[in-house]
Design a protein around this ligand. Structure first.
Ligand code: HEC
Ligand code: HEC
Length: 444
C-alpha cells in the first residue's frame, strides 16, 4: 500500500519537474518580462490622484486608480500593480511601464482575464496623468484614444515605425506614414487567434507572424538587438496566445431556445462566422466593405506608405510567400468575420466597438447612437437581456465645457471612425429568431 502511494506520488510529480512547454514559457514571458523600458517613476502611480481634481488621496487608492483608468486586478503576481502596468527599468533606476495586458487584459463579471480585450481602458488619461505626475507637462505626441475602451493601436504602429530604418535602428527624423487618430479600435480577444489564418480587423497580416506581435516594442530606447533578443520569447508568447480558451457564460442558458438559435445561425450566419461544436469550421472570410457596410475608416487607415515601410523592415522579413503577393502585410477588400467563441464576454462589438450588445449587432435599427456606460465590469454593469454592456443613451453630445476625461466616456456614432452602421444580417429575422440566436451565441 505504502509503496503504491509513493509510486502515485512519483507519477504525479513528473509533470511538475518536466520542461515547460512553449505555451507555458510564453505565459511566463508575457507576465514577467518588461519588453520595453519604464515610462514613469513609481512616484507617478502614487501621486496620479493629484491630477483628478480631488482634495485628498482616495481611501482605497489601488481600487480608485483602477477605476479611474479602467485597469483590472492582475490574475498573476505583478508587484502590486494592476494588470497592464509593470515594473521596468527606468533612466533613474526602477520605474513603471506598460505591457500587452494594458489593452489585452480585460474583465467581465468582475473577473480579470489575460486575452480578453480591455473595454474599460482610458489610455489617454492614463498616459497624460502619469506624465504630469512625473512633472512632464507635455501633451502626448498623438492621440492614444478618443473614446474610453477603444484606442488608436494602429496609430501606435504607424507613429513608431516612422522613426525606424528598415533594420529598426532609429532615424534622425520622423516620416509620417499616414498617422490618423480616428481608427477607434476595439481590442479583439486573443483566444480567437488559433482559428484565424489572417489577423487584425482587415485580415491584413498572416496570423503565423511572430514579429508583428513585437510592434509594441518600438520604444525609442529599444534598438535592433532588443528585437532579435526577444524574438524567441515572442514565439513562445504566440504559442501561449494559441492555447487560450474563452470563459463560459456564467448564467443559465435556455437549451431549447439555444437549439432553435443554432438552426437560424446555420442558415444566416455560419457562411461567414463558421460552425461550432465538436468539429468546428472557420472560413476566415474577409467581407468586402460594400457588403459589410461597417465604418470604413479602419479599412483605409493602413496606407501604401506604411505597408511598404513595414514590408521593407525587419518586421517584414519573416518567411516569404505567406501571402500570394509575397508580402506580410497586404491590402484586403474589407473586414474579417471573426470567430464568435466567447462572444458573450467581448462586448462592445464590431471592430470599432460601436455596438454595446449582441441584440444591437442583430438589429441595426435598435442600436444606440449616443451613449455612455460605467466602464466597470461587475454583474450590475452587464446587460443579461441584451447581452453586453449596459449603456445610458444621451440626448446631446457633451458641451465644450465638459472636461476631456468625461468626454471620452461618450461614444458618439456620428464621429469619424465611430459609425455603428452595417452588418444588417439580423435585421430581417423575427424578434423570436434574434432571441434564439443570442441564446445560441451564449453557448459558444
Ligand atoms: C495600446 C493597446 C495595445 C497594446 C499595448 C497591444 N495591443 Fe495587440 N492589439 C490592440 C488592438 C486595438 C488590436 C486590433 C487592431 C486592429 O485589428 O486594427 C490588437 C491586435 C492584436 C493581435 C491580433 C488579434 C486578432 O485576432 O486579429 C495580436 C495577436 C496582438 N494584438 C498581440 C499583442 C501583443 C503580444 C502585445 C504586446 C507585445 C500587444 N498586442 C500589445 C491593442 C494593443
Ligand atoms: C456576409 C458575412 C457575414 C454574415 C452573413 C454575418 N456576419 Fe457577423 N460579422 C461579419 C463581419 C465581417 C464582421 C466584422 C465587422 C466589423 O467589425 O466591422 C462581423 C461581426 C459580427 C459580430 C461582432 C463580433 C465582435 O467581436 O465584434 C457578431 C456578434 C456577429 N457578426 C454575429 C453575426 C450573426 C449572429 C450573424 C447571423 C445573423 C452574422 N453575424 C452574419 C460578417 C458576417
Amino acid at each position: 500500500m505504502r509503496r503504491l502511494a509513493v509510486l502515485t506520488l512519483l507519477v504525479v510529480a513528473v509533470p511538475v519537474t518536466a520542461e515547460p512547454n512553449a505555451a507555458e514559457r510564453g505565459e511566463k514571458a508575457l507576465t514577467t518580462t518588461a519588453f520595453i523600458p519604464a515610462f514613469w517613476t513609481p512616484r507617478a502611480v502614487d501621486s496620479a490622484w493629484k491630477q483628478w481634481g480631488v482634495a485628498a488621496k482616495p481611501a482605497d487608492y489601488d481600487a480608485a486608480l483602477r477605476d479611474r483608468y479602467g485597469l483590472h486586478p492582475a490574475p498573476y503576481p505583478n508587484d502590486g500593480l494592476p494588470m497592464g502596468l509593470r515594473k521596468a527599468r527606468h533612466l533613474f533606476g526602477t520605474g513603471v511601464g506598460a505591457d500587452c495586458m494594458m489593452c489585452h487584459g480585460g474583465s467581465v463579471m468582475g473577473t480579470s482575464y489575460v486575452g480578453l480585450g480591455n473595454a474599460s481602458l482610458d489610455i489617454q488619461g492614463l498616459f497624460e496623468d502619469l506624465a504630469r505626475a512625473d512633472g512632464i507637462a507635455k501633451t502626448l505626441p498623438f492621440t492614444f484614444s478618443q473614446v474610453r475602451g477603444t484606442n488608436e493601436a494602429d496609430g501606435f504602429g504607424v507613429y513608431l515605425l516612422g522613426f525606424r530604418n528598415p533594420d529598426l535602428s532609429m532615424k534622425p527624423s520622423w516620416t509620417n506614414l499616414g498617422l490618423r487618430d480616428d481608427t477607434c479600435a476595439d481590442v479583439p480577444a486573443w483566444w480567437l487567434l488559433k482559428k484565424k489564418r489572417t489577423m487584425y480587423a482587415t485580415g491584413a497580416t498572416d496570423s503565423r507572424s511572430v514579429r508583428s506581435l513585437m510592434q509594441f516594442m518600438m520604444h525609442p530606447l529599444n534598438g535592433p538587438a532588443d528585437f532579435t533578443k526577444h524574438e524567441l520569447a515572442f514565439r513562445d508568447v504566440q504559442a501561449y496566445l494559441l492555447s487560450l480558451t474563452p470563459p463560459k457564460y456564467p448564467f443559465p442558458i435556455d437549451a431549447a431556445k439555444a437549439d432553435a438559435g443554432r438552426a437560424v445561425f446555420a442558415e444566416h450566419c455560419a457562411r461567414c462566422h463558421g460552425t461550432y461544436g465538436a468539429t468546428p469550421t472557420y472560413p476566415n472570410r474577409i467581407v468586402p466593405l460594400a457588403e459589410i457596410g461597417t465604418d470604413p475608416v479602419r479599412h483605409r487607415s493602413v496606407n501604401e506608405a506604411y505597408a511598404a515601410a513595414y514590408t521593407a523592415s525587419w518586421f517584414g522579413k519573416e518567411p516569404a510567400g505567406w501571402f500570394v503577393d509575397g508580402k506580410l502585410l497586404r491590402w484586403t477588400p474589407g473586414y474579417q468575420a471573426p470567430p464568435l467563441d466567447g462572444v458573450w464576454a467581448t462586448a462592445p462589438y464590431l471592430h470599432n466597438g460601436s455596438v454595446p450588445t449582441l441584440a444591437g449587432v442583430l438589429n441595426s435599427k435598435a442600436r444606440p447612437n449616443l451613449f455612455t456606460r460605467s466602464f466597470r465590469t461587475g454583474v450590475d454593469d452587464y446587460d443579461r437581456d441584451q447581452v453586453g454592456w449596459k449603456v445610458t443613451e444621451l440626448a446631446a453630445p457633451p458641451g465644450a465645457d465638459v472636461p476631456p476625461v468625461e468626454r471620452r466616456k461618450v461614444y458618439d456614432t456620428t464621429r469619424s471612425g465611430r459609425s455603428n452602421a452595417g452588418h444588417t444580417f439580423g435585421d430581417d429575422l423575427t424578434d423570436a429568431e434574434r432571441r434564439a440566436v443570442i441564446e445560441y451565441l451564449k453557448t459558444l
